[in-house]
Design a protein around this ligand. Sequence first.
Ligand SMILES: Nc1ncnc2c1ncn2[C@@H]1O[C@H](COP(=O)(O)OP(=O)(O)OP(=O)(O)O)[C@@H](O)[C@H]1O
Ligand SMILES: [Mg+2]
Length: 612
Amino acid sequence: MGAPIVIGIDLGTTYSCAAIVERGRPRVISDTGGSYLIPSVVAIDDKGNRLVGQSAKRQILINPRNTVYAAKRLIGRPYSSEQVKEAKQYIKYQVLPAEEEEVVIKLREDMYSLSEVSALILDHIRNVAQDRLGKEIDKATVTVPAYFNDSQRQAVRLAGKIAQLDVIRIINEPTAAALAYGFGKELNQKVAVYDLGGGTFDLSVLDIRNNIFEVKATGGDTFLGGVDFDNRLAEWVFYKFEKQYEIDLSKDPIAHQRVQDACEQVKIELSGRPQARINIPFIASGANGTLNIDLTIAREEFERLIEDLVDSTLKTCERVLEDAKLKKEDLSAVLLVGGSTRVPLVAKKVEEFFKISPSKAVHPDEAVALGAAIIADSIIRTGGKEVMLLDVLPITIGIKVPQDRVIPIFERNSSVPNQKQKIFTSSADNQSSLSLTILQGDSPKASECVPIGEFKFTGLRQAPKGQVRVEVSFYISPEGVLSVTARDPDTGLEQKSEIMVESSQSKIFHENLIQPKKPVAKTKVDTVISRTVTRERKIKLESVKPEPSKEFKQEETKPVETKGKKTKATLTATKYRESTPATSNSAKSAKQKKPEPGLLSRIFSKFFSKNE
Ligand SMILES: Nc1ncnc2c1ncn2[C@@H]1O[C@H](COP(=O)(O)OP(=O)(O)OP(=O)(O)O)[C@@H](O)[C@H]1O
Ligand SMILES: [Mg+2]
């Protein structure tokens, strides 16, 4: 077996993809059947066998209850979140709550955390790549939506650990796509990356200067993608069927799954044709025997079904340009990334919005994985110095304070890595600990933000109130992940961080989830050569206004010296950020319009009456 190599992995909601750099060129890795898109699907069959990828997807129609798909929509989310509630309306596998609001999945008799499901997918991708390349793979870069929050990122990190894969960097998907577009081309351009995949939407605006890729602003919706288009179409089919036969197919898991599957195919067909037929035989039985679905839908009608979803992405585009302080005319290119950008309405609306023809320079399915491979290769060869990714925090991170308020520590779109300090003073005599609840969200109301961590610093000096100070340092890594440390500035002693409860903290149900690897059959793979170093970027330091905290009074904030290791770690920053409240809200409200099963007839009869 040759020396271990590193790959880039695009861990998608519906499909994943891996890529590698060989002889200085990135390329996607196909499986033995020639397919480079690996379904992000995990199943347990009736014999208890675990299936991942194509084999899992192939059996979904006969085993919907024990087949997990679109797990990325649930990862790192609290069970009580709106998104989990919405997802539960159309997924057939069992989604259950665990401690700390964690979402777990039951497949046959076994529980799986979302990180474990993702670990199985990562492991499968690694095995596909190992088989093709004939080399052992223990390192990878993995991409995540730019708008993923801290908990979601941590959950993906954990998935890598469970898969025994050394994830050397987590990169934002649109940033990776921009790399695939501009790496090594000596560009000097501002570009927008519009990434609409199976389950998520991101829009990032980047300034590309040679091999420096600086994200100016980003926004998105981690619950908007092709799956929602399929669902809209499926609702239309259910409505039509119920109207004709008075049978609600959406209640039957197998019928539901068959309709959803067919709808994805019809949606894809409608990208190339003005109309398509939905033909599903033997879907139910009626008084006179078996019933079939046989419907024809025109592209215009499909477009009416999804138009509000597409429009919600444009609101994000507007907000991101504003945040980036750029005008549409400043952009040299708009890249369309993700399979759902093949929907003609999407491409048309994006073109109308930006007033520029979308670039054909990147492949919508491959760009993210190729970018991930480029950065993976660069890190391995040059410590990441030949290419610099400067990313941003997608969603504001702050501290919860009384009266349902949040004091921001890092505003959305602040550069990462980043570091800030706050000083708190004791508010009670002999106070022994300091607790902080960290939230992520763009709302000033704590109740509208997502808790990402509970920090408790213990063992404080015993003294009358007001006489103990605690200096808390907040650090956002290049991957957009927060860590918090504290010290007593008067004694210089580090405070012990007793607890760090992360909402993404995931249960491990299977100690030996990943089987030991078989030796890899050897094939010849050459690796790379390449370029030179670029510049450094300093951690951006911002001051934060003093605000009172729950247990401690916050006294002052001071900038942090950018010395030592952390400064070094900033040389090749990757960043991420999250959506605007406006975007999320508009997308959400768009989705809230989605009729519930019981309401289908009423709402759809109004909605479709024109065509009948
Ligand atoms: N020709 C097409 N027309 C319309 N939709 C398409 C077409 N081809 C693929 N899609 C859709 O694109 C989506 C998959 O795209 P992609 O692989 O980029 O997403 P993903 O990586 O799985 O998801 P995400 O990036 O959101 O996590 C699916 O919903 C699929 O149905
Ligand atoms: Mg994707």
